[in-house]
Design a protein around this ligand. Structure first.
Ligand code: NCD
Length: 308
């Protein structure tokens, strides 16, 4: 198994081999954390978090992961305004400079494709923490970790992806990982204007994944093992009117949550707006806060893999 130097896309995972290594490592990290016995394998190493777009979970969990493993962090949480990019510095130059100070870089950028450009310029491991409407591979790795923890397996599950499939980068990264497991069935539920881009539906077909596209939420309710809800990505819309038209297309409320299969789970990368009512939080199927915590352990596993 060839070692990955950078994590830019989940399309770098050709099979479940490395994925399973990371999932097992994340589970070990979690167990060690509970005992306060985490390996201090990052001692003396520095992670730079270079964030050109807002974030709470992703940046904090990367920084917590690094620090809990004994490393330290350099952080630019508002790099669009605070870094030299306002002076017109290219991504490539910025990465070259940060390479001199940090042993790894987690970067979030507003442009799709920025992570690939950064990785090509980077001598230290570059982790894509979200590139515009492109990808969010570490979120997707954490999501698979959550599904496996909650339901015991990924094979054979019926997964409904709901909401903004056009701009939702977590979905764009999750689909290739789901496709690595046997007999996964996907339903793509969105308003017609927010359908999954054709390049990704074509990819599902090529990978032999069975899927349906529909705008009807009811389709998923009786069938789904995983209901993966997304936020409509307001920041990617050309106009506010367009956003207002679709923002409340789907709302998961207590009645819907109760109507799901007994063993089904509800996931969301968060932040949520109106698409999951707060009353759903009390339902045992609501896995989204556990999902956010799980991302800490997959990020530990990733840092350990890339730098250990
Ligand atoms: C997601 C993102 O940034 O793409 N958030 C996250 O990292 N947990 C989802 C979103 O912003 O809707």
């Amino acid at each position: 198994m060839e070692k990955l130097r950078h994590i830019v896309s989940t399309r770098q995972f050709a099979d479940t081999q490395l994925l399973e290594v990371l999932l097992d490592s994340a589970a070990k990290m979690e167990a060690a954390d509970k005992l306060r016995e985490l390996p201090q394998s990052m001692r003396g190493l520095i992670l730079a978090t270079l964030f050109y777009e807002p974030s709470t979970r992703t940046r904090f969990s990367f920084e917590a992961a690094m620090q809990k493993l004994g490393g330290s962090v350099l952080t630019a949480e508002n790099a669009r305004e605070s870094s030299s990019s306002t002076k017109g510095e290219s991504i490539t130059d910025t990465i070259r400079i940060v390479n001199g100070y940090a042993d790894a870089i987690a970067m979030r950028h507003y442009q799709e494709g920025a992570a690939k450009i950064a990785a090509e310029a980077s001598l230290v491991p570059l982790i894509n923490a979200g590139d515009g409407a492109g990808e969010h591979p570490t979120q997707a790795l954490g999501d698979i970790f959550t599904i496996r923890k909650e339901l015991g397996k990924v094979e054979g599950l019926k997964v409904a992806l709901i909401g903004d499939l056009l701009y939702g980068r977590t979905i764009h990264s999750l689909l290739p990982l789901l496709s690595l497991y046997k007999d996964v069935e996907v339903s793509l539920i969105s308003p017609p204007s927010l359908r999954l881009p054709e390049k990704y539906t074509r990819e599902l077909t090529e990978r032999g994944v069975s899927f349906v596209e529909t705008d009807r939420l009811a389709w998923a309710i009786e069938r789904a093992d995983v209901l993966y809800v997304t936020r409509v990505q307001r920041e990617r819309f050309a106009s506010d009117e367009e956003y207002e038209r679709v923002k409340d297309a789907y709302v998961i409320d207590a009645a819907i949550a109760d109507a799901l299969k007994k063993k089904a789970i509800i996931m969301h990368a968060l932040p949520r707006l109106g698409e999951i009512s707060p009353e759903v939080d009390a339902n045992y199927r609501a896995a989204y806060f556990r999902q956010a915590k799980n991302a800490l352990y997959i990020r530990m596993a990733l840092l350990d893999y890339l730098l250990g």
